[in-house]
Design a protein around this ligand. Structure first.
Ligand code: ATP
Ligand code: MG
Length: 380
């Protein structure tokens, strides 16, 4: 049996001594024998007994019941009352302190032994139950914290993605406004209208991005929305190419399409905008020496194929497999700025269409991204 330490609080010294010797014979260890509430509290702090035998009548200002209540406030130690008085009022007060037993003097040895054993095993069961509850609570709490952290990470990644693609429309608005302000007299009416249209499109895109951010707040969504509709893909892509071309003199963007002019596949325009914008911006950014960039559309009645190709710095082979994960950048980018989010966004756009994106690239030679998007209904 593991050692069980008992504190005896009893004001009659003969009774206390007799009790102590009987308990020792039963195998218990007596931490101390005290006769007042104050010394009982001090003894608990000193010895941390496993159980307290508490006489109700004590020396000093506080009785056994009050002492037990004070001890309970500082330590979870089971108390068994000993008393010669069993009037209703005393019993009621004692009950309020949730004792583990109540022995009426004089009591038999067997009675004492059984009461102590029950008190100790009940206390042990309560401690174990409490531990189990705490473990359960901790596990649940930790799972909740982890889930919350994962949600915050997902949301902040999504927010970074949305803010990432604010840059292109902002540059477009800035540039168009500058051209309209400073070169207005040299522009034909048609060219002016084109600049105004590009401002309007850019503002629509930014508006859409802001709605996505707000939707995320309201719906807890942490990914881009997929809303496919019939789209004039050729005209749409030509517009994107023209707009992005207007931002650079360094490269020439060449758009070709073998799709029928009247092709109207079911695609999500906003997602395609993210996709083309990122692939073309990368092609420009990673071709600092200039050169052509090709956007090519092709397809059949089951899928659309979009290719973006450049003759820029290329991507070392070892980076090919991780490029579509957030914040991954190859080591040959040098001082070319970037956060490593553009391709993660592109991948999400392709995934939402249930399509594929692949890269072919050789360092120093150039890069080709190929996107295939399945189309559930015929393209025309
Ligand atoms: P940003 O978040 O501003 O787009 P980024 O361009 O670095 O930053 P991604 O668009 O995700 O990020 O591209 C990831 C990495 O893939 C780039 O850092 C670069 O190493 C490589 N990469 C992507 N496109 C090309 C390309 N056309 N030519 C060469 N390297 C490229
Ligand atoms: Mg990029």
């Amino acid at each position: 049996m593991p050692e069980v330490k008992i504190l005896i609080t009893e004001d009659e010294s003969i009774v206390a001594r007799d009790l102590a010797s009987r308990l020792q014979k039963m195998g218990y260890v007596i931490t101390e024998v005290v006769d007042s509430g104050k010394s009982a509290i001090e003894s608990v702090l000193r010895h941390q007994p496993d159980l307290i035998l508490m006489d109700i009548m004590l020396q000093g200002e506080i009785d056994g019941i009050e002492t037990a209540a004070k001890i309970q406030a500082i330590a979870k130690i089971p108390v068994v009352y000993l008393t010669a008085y069993a009037d209703r009022e005393t019993l009621k007060r004692a009950k309020a302190t949730h004792p583990f037993g109540y022995l009426l003097k004089p009591f038999k040895e067997k009675e004492l032994q059984v009461t102590l054993e029950i008190a100790l095993s009940r206390h042990q069961a309560e401690v174990e139950f409490q531990k189990a509850v705490e473990v359960e609570y901790q596990t649940q709490y930790q799972a909740q914290i982890q889930e919350k952290q994962a949600e915050i990470t997902r949301k902040s990644l999504y927010l970074s993605m949305l803010s990432h693609d604010f840059r292109t429309p902002l540059s477009i608005v800035k540039l168009a406004a500058e051209v309209l302000q400073h070169q207005s007299q040299n522009l034909t009416e048609e060219k002016k209208q084109k600049r105004f249209r590009s401002i309007q499109t850019a503002v629509t895109n930014m508006d859409q991005l802001l709605s996505d951010v707000l939707a995320m707040e309201q719906t807890d969504a942490a990914s881009l929305k997929f809303s496919p509709a019939r789209l004039d893909l050729v005209a749409f892509s030509r517009d994107v190419v023209e707009t992005i071309q207007s931002l650079t003199n360094q490269n020439t963007l060449i758009f070709t399409s073998s799709l029928p002019e009247n092709a109207r596949p079911c695609l999500d325009e906003q997602l395609l905008w993210h996709l083309l914008n990122n692939l073309l911006s990368n092609a420009i950014k990673y071709s600092p020496q200039g050169g052509n960039i090709w956007l090519t559309l092709s397809g059949n009645d089951r899928e659309i194929c979009i290719q973006v190709e450049d003759r820029g710095i290329g991507i070392p082979l070892e980076y090919h497999s991780n490029l579509f994960k957030p914040f991954q950048r190859a080591d040959n980018v040098g001082r070319i700025p970037g956060t490593g989010l553009g391709l993660a966004i592109s991948k999400q756009c392709v995934d939402l269409h249930q399509g594929q994106i692949a890269v072919e690239s050789e360092e120093g030679k150039g890069t080709k991204f190929t996107v295939t998007l399945p189309i559930p209904t015929p393209i025309a």
